[in-house]
Design a protein around this ligand. Structure first.
Ligand code: KIV
Length: 279
């Protein structure tokens, strides 16, 4: 699809076409206007407004506390910053589980108020009827199986999924069921790499987007703060590649600013409005 000034818009159909051609799909999270703009201009296929905002933006220990209102606000900011990438909004804990009506109303809010183009819903077989109803209402859905962080207390921690036969069977059945109801893609999180490869091969139309699920998925996603090194010290899961380490750079800039203000070195004459300096 081409919009306005020749901008080639990524759609859910782009995901499906890329899977068919064997072209990798690139996804990163974002939560604000400026970072969304950087991702868009760099050529990312899709921006996920993840409920990881709960952890990395709002400082909670997990994704459970973040609300619909907060997620819609982040989504709208990201959508304003992006012209081309597909915007996917993550449905937060208890925004879709209570009933089909609640799920549809909240998914719809992301499209109406947040300008998202798809939503992500965590869960496998047990969420299929909810996902079917949301898709029937014209809202594209990305599934999410493996380690689903909204169920972190049930898992008892961030444990790699698909190690036992029962778990492998559940994941494979879930993936096929999500494709069957029309998910255009699904996140595979913290999954044995062979299981992720098998699931990816078994799907014709739904693209798999891995995070901690090995190299054989149709695409990859990372949390932007994690890959930029903007996360608590010591947080370094095996699957994470840090492409920049921005925390020390930001700390250094802040310390130099504090020193300059204290010493009187900032603002200098060029940063002041005086009658002799008219700019
Ligand atoms: O919330 C999030 O950022 C996610 C990704 C880790 C897939 O769900």
């Amino acid at each position: 699809m081409t919009y306005g000034k020749g901008v080639k818009k990524t759609t859910v159909q782009t995901f499906i076409a890329k899977k068919a051609k064997g072209e990798k799909i690139t996804v990163l999270t974002a939560y604000d206007y400026f970072i969304a703009g950087l991702l868009d201009q760099a050529g990312i296929d899709s921006i996920l407004v993840g409920d990881s905002a709960s952890n990395v933006i709002h400082g909670h220990a997990n994704t459970l506390p973040v609300t619909m209102d907060t997620m819609v606000t982040h989504t709208a900011a990201v959508a304003r910053g992006s012209q081309r990438a597909l915007i996917i909004a993550d449905m937060p804990f208890l925004s879709f589980q209570p009933s089909l009506e609640v799920a549809v109303a909240n998914a719809g809010r992301f499209l109406k108020e947040g300008q998202a183009e798809a939503v992500k819903i965590e869960g496998g077989l047990e969420m299929v009827s909810t996902i079917r109803r949301v898709i029937e209402c014209g809202i594209p859905v990305m599934g999410h199986i493996g380690l689903t962080p909204q169920s972190i207390h049930r898992f008892g921690g961030p444990k790699v999924q698909g190690k036992k036969e029962k778990s492998r069977a559940y994941l494979q059945e879930s993936a096929l069921a999500l494709q069957e109801v029309g998910c255009f893609s699904m996140v595979l999180e913290l999954l044995d790499a062979d299981v992720a490869a098998q699931i990816t091969d078994s799907l014709d139309t739904a693209a798999t987007i891995g995070i901690g699920a090995g190299p054989h998925c149709d695409g990859q996603v990372l949390v932007i703060n994690d890959m930029l090194g903007l996360r608590e010290e010591g947080f370094k899961p095996k699957f994470l590649r840090e492409y920049a380490n921005l925390a020390p750079i930001i700390s250094d800039a802040i310390k130099r600013y504090i020193d300059d203000v204290k010493s009187g070195a900032f603002p200098g004459p060029d940063e002041s409005y005086t009658r002799t300096n008219k700019t």
